[in-house]
Ligand binder design. Structure first.
Ligand code: ADP
Ligand code: MG
Length: 695
């Protein structure tokens, strides 16, 4: 008789698991035997063959075997134990910075050892630092298969996890069930679940190692399919849940919307109109809208957002607009204030830096409803902010916020009447171009609108790639441009460094340029300045009293100065393509021909070269995103994955993107026909599936 499902079997069934270990495992989300079996290796190590010392390459992980020819303590900058081993092809040193006397004595000359580690460049040439090693007999057998490495778990060693998984696998192979949740017809093209699970934990000998290391083995693909389905389904379930709530139902768009359009000073593009229509269709229903608006930099998302806000105002509800940075929020505040001032609408401003009396006043206006539109940073969802009647939430640059922040802002608009919750409509905007198939999977909880047309009258930006050895020429070019009346940005990049270091780098550059260009007025903007300081600099730049603006990547999003038509980006090779594209979008907004100079630091690797070429050749964010995918390939990040910010166990949304269309159709089908299986699938893969659902 088959045993009960492993989903219901506690880990304490395994020998060696007492209450204290069970508790530790529970903390990392492992409660049942099924959980343990779905605790998949994060990666593998290949210890199946011995590499000769003569063939090692830098950065490789290798098994080496050789006889010890010397073991000495060496004194350099750090004391270390150096053990040199030798095989018939050469010598290499193993180096230990932490070592015991016993270890030292144990590595006797002439003994044969086998070790595993990464090849690095050390004091004596190539070396292995802190390799795992043991003494072996000649011809001693090697691992037959890849060694799984599990995600690090505090207080539980790799060896421990491996032993527990081994036991669980035996139970499974002895007849205990791991439930198949995928419909039969979907499974026909895929590996069986149980064998897939066994394979990934314990790759059989003769497994295609290459495939396995890349995550493309059929067993992994089978699990990836299931995992992608689980994520897709969880988002759909959230969506269903949200759609059960009420929302303020707006009437058809009216006079205020018309009047606002007159205030823009331009005619909306066809794409903007279409998207405005899509939004209007949602908000005239009594279910909360959840819509993603994708549009390349400069495509005019702000005007669309303003139209939605006008619609909310017509229906006596407030709109909250949240942006990820002060600068961007301020920019929105300026735009909205200008547009809406003529319509007699009060726009409130709130950021973490609005304090004291000013803050009290703004909070008062928000609570009383006197402010029809509220613009700010994440300060908007702090506890003391209460809205009179929030009908619409707009979030700009969605990928900079976590899901929680988005949901927290939505909660602000929750109203309970007669036991029913009413939530505001939500519009989230992003300029991160994401290929369409990815969008459909990553934002399965939302409807998607795309602005696929730029406003007319833009002159394309020409982009050149130059080495920083020609810095002098570049500075001369900036000088000529500025003296002829053009304004320019000089962007300093320091990626993954603190805001403080970035500011320092920009300050240094600004000082150097001020000295080199005595007849050019140079300004500086960075993230360490106060909002009034930043505002002052931006105002001066806008007004033309500054000609060259040295900036950190804080200007990446939103900043809009039409007369700026030259941009220098230092070390563009440090940035992602999406970010470069965003930065470059700051120029080319007016009528004059614009230029962008990507000043890299040589030498440039092949991949970097190709990437910068993509930017040079294309101005279309979606094309750039596709190329980014192609060049970087699997295992690398692109804007899309940052946007998704999902940690998958086995799937890789970039590598496995061909699976996505099937994942989508299968998931929708499963939801319709076998809902219980769908929820079981979500539960199996997402430790806390209610995270999204409850909020
Ligand atoms: P993004 O989509 O990057 O947020 P913005 O909303 O900041 O773009 O718009 C970029 C610039 O284009 C702004 O100066 C805006 O006023 C202008 N703009 C927007 N829509 C149009 C249009 N239909 N015609 C002309 N200019 C427009
Ligand atoms: Mg914008």
């Amino acid at each position: 008789m088959p045993e009960a499902s492993l989903a219901n079997e506690p880990l304490t069934r395994l020998s060696g698991v007492g209450p204290s270990l069970a508790q530790k495992l529970e903390r990392i989300g492992l409660a049942s035997l099924q959980d343990l079996l779905f605790h998949l290796p994060a990666r593998y190590e290949d210890r199946t063959r011995v590499t000769t010392i003569g063939e090692v390459r830098l950065g490789q992980n290798v098994v080496l075997e050789g006889r010890v020819i010397s073991t000495d303590v060496t004194f350099g900058r750090r004391r270390s134990l150096q053990c040199v081993i030798k095989d018939e092809t050469g010598l290499i040193a193993l180096r230990f910075f932490h070592f015991s006397k016993a270890q030292q004595n144990n590595l006797t000359d002439g003994s044969l050892i086998r070790c595993y580690g990464e090849v690095r460049r050390g004091k004596s040439g190539y070396e292995l630092y802190h390799p795992e090693y043991n003494h072996v007999q000649p011809g001693e057998h090697l691992d037959e298969t890849l060694t799984p490495i599990y995600p690090a778990t505090e207080g539980v060693t790799q060896a421990r996890i491996r032993k527990l998984v081994e036991q669980a696998l035996s139970l499974m192979e002895g007849g205990a069930l791991l439930d198949e949740l995928l419909p039969r017809d979907v499974r026909s093209g895929l590996s069986e679940l149980q064998s897939a699970i066994a394979t990934v934990h314990r790759p059989p000998p003769y497994t295609d190692l290459e495939l396995m290391l890349e995550g493309r083995h059929p067993a992994q693909q089978r699990l990836a399919f299931e995992e992608l389905m689980a994520h897709f389904l969880s988002m759909r379930l959230v969506r269903e849940q949200i759609r059960q709530f009420d929302a303020p139902r707006f009437g058809p768009a009216g006079k205020l919307c018309d009047e606002l359009e007159q205030c823009f000073g331009f005619a909306m593009t066809g794409a903007q109109r279409r998207v405005v229509g899509e939004i209007q269709r949602n908000v005239t229903e009594d279910r909360p809208m959840l819509r993603l608006l994708q549009g390349d930099v400069g495509s005019g998302k702000t005007a669309v957002a303003a139209m939605a806000a006008a619609h909310a105002l017509e229906n006596q509800t407030q709109t909250a607009i949240m942006a990820p940075t002060e600068i961007l929020a301020e920019q929105h505040f300026i735009n909205f204030s200008t547009w809406f001032a003529r319509l007699g609408v009060t726009v409130a401003w709130l950021s973490g830096k609005v304090k004291g009396k000013a803050r009290t006043e703004q909070l008062g206006n928000i609570a009383s409803g006197a402010a029809g539109i509220v613009i700010g940073t994440h300060a908007l969802f702090q506890a003391d902010v209460t809205f009179r009647n929030l009908g619409l939430v707009i979030i700009d640059e969605q990928h900079r916020f976590g899901v929680e922040q988005r949901l927290a802002l939505r909660e602000k608009g929750r109203q309970d009447e007669a036991g029913r919750a009413t939530y505001p409509h939500q519009l989230v905007m992003t300029a991160t171009p994401i290929p369409r198939t990815l969008t459909m999977s990553m934002y399965a909880d939302m409807d998607v609108s795309v602005i696929d047309e730029l406003p007319p009258g833009r002159t394309p930006v020409t982009t050149s790639v130059i080495p920083d050895t020609r810095r002098g020429d570049v500075v001369a070019r900036v000088r000529d441009a500025c003296l002829s009346g053009v304004q320019a940005y000089w962007v300093c990049t320091l990626i993954d460094e603190s805001e403080q270091l970035q500011a320092q780098a920009a300050e240094g550059t600004a000082a150097a340029l001020t000295e080199a260009l005595p007849d050019v007025k140079v300004g500086l903007i960075h993230g360490r300045q106060t909002p009034p300081e930043k505002q002052q600099v931006m105002d001066q730049f806008k007004a033309g009293s500054l000609q060259l603006l040295v900036a950190t990547t804080v200007i990446e999003v939103g900043v809009d100065v039409q007369n700026a038509s030259l941009m220098i980006i230092e070390n563009p090779e440090r940035l992602g393509l999406a970010q470069l594209h965003q930065l470059r979008g700051r120029v080319g907004r007016g009528q004059t021909a614009s230029h962008c100079l990507l000043m890299y630091h040589p030498p440039l690797g092949e991949v970097s070269k190709e990437r910068l070429n993509v930017i040079r050749q294309s101005a279309d964010g979606f094309v750039i995103a596709e190329q980014d995918l192609r060049i970087r390939g699997p295992g690398e990040l692109l804007g899309a994955r940052q946007a998704g910010s999902v940690n998958f166990r086995v799937a890789d949304i970039v590598r496995d993107r061909e699976l996505l269309p099937d994942v989508r159709t299968t998931s929708l089908e499963l939801l319709r026909t076998q809902r219980a299986l769908a929820t079981a699938l979500v539960r199996r893969w997402l430790a806390r599936p209610t995270d999204y659902g409850q909020a």
